[in-house]
Design a protein around this ligand. Structure first.
Ligand code: G1P
Length: 277
């Protein structure tokens, strides 16, 4: 069983400046809920009760969000505003939140390695909160991936097709389809040029990782942009036949970009916002 979900949340969110100058990008709201809360809800729905959050400087509001605000509780007690807090109160009661800091920004792989003390020696999930996923008609993306993990017991990455002109924004995989929507990964490249890209199947911010990834990351040299890349560490597992890529069901929004953020806001308003009669 996968009980823990890691959230790398130390990044600067430069694509969203100036909004993210003094505010974590994970706290940007879609409707009235911060991105990271959607991620935590997806993890909980998938059966993870421990949220391991890798933070950095200026991210204190994430910890405060997943904690009781006694002043606020006191102020709104007995008013109709209390209903706004129902969901977050229930998350705080149901989940455990633990935090560690990534003191240097050395890439996604380094962020995940920084979370090792919170995870230990067990398989775990990873959610990049700025990739917001929704599957209104069925199970969440992480639930779909955990179901696959239960059969194959290896690392699983979620993928989707992207336009060829966008391959340089993502980790790109090459693999053989072994069942509908499931690929045995043979190769993966972080942010390749169109010419180098082995396909247009891109990694999105959902992973299931087996714990040997930590040792591999410890020995992974800086790659693209001089950073320690998770994609490079996963390639080591893939070469041993231990990575599957899963074409998930649902929609994914890149909420680290203004276009994706606006699209998510419009779709969530249409699909999830209760209309006032
Ligand atoms: C990271 C990963 C990349 C992946 C992407 C998904 O990149 O390094 O492989 O495709 O997340 O969102 P980032 O967007 O943090 O640059």
């Amino acid at each position: 069983m996968i009980g823990k979900c890691l959230f790398p949340a130390a990044g600067y969110g430069t694509r969203f400046l100036p909004a993210t100058k003094a505010m974590p990008k994970e706290m940007l709201p879609i409707l009235n809920k911060p991105l990271i809360q959607y991620g935590v809800e997806e993890a909980l729905q998938a059966g993870c009760h421990t949220m391991a959050i890798v933070t950095g400087r200026g991210k204190r509001s994430i910890e405060d969000h997943f904690d009781i605000s006694y002043e606020l509780e006191h102020q709104i007690k007995g008013t109709d505003k209390e209903s706004y807090l129902t969901e977050i109160r229930s998350l705080i009661q149901t989940c455990t939140f633990s935090y560690t800091r990534q003191s240097q920004m050395k890439g996604l792989g380094h962020a995940i390695l920084s979370g090792e003390t919170l995870i230990g020696q067990e398989a775990f999930a990873v959610i990049l909160a700025d990739d917001l996923c929704a599957n209104p008609m069925g199970k969440g993306v992480l639930s779909q991936m955990i179901a696959l993990y239960e059969t194959y017991q290896c690392s699983i990455v979620a993928i989707e097709e992207v336009d060829s002109c966008d391959v340089d924004k993502y980790g790109i995989i090459e693999g053989k389809e072994i069942q509908k929507g499931v690929y045995q990964v043979a190769n993966m490249v972080e942010k390749p040029s169109i010419q180098e890209a082995p396909s247009n199947l891109a990694l999105i911010g959902r992973y299931i990782l087996t714990p040997d990834i930590f040792d591999i990351l410890r020995h992974t040299l800086p790659g693209k942009k001089g950073e320690i890349q998770l994609t490079d560490a996963l390639l080591t597992q893939a070469q041993a036949g231990k990575v599957l890529a899963y074409r998930f069901q649902g929609r994914r929004y890149d909420c680290g970009s203004i276009d994706g953020f606006v699209r998510a806001t419009n779709d969530f308003y249409r699909d999830f916002h209760p209309r006032e009669q």
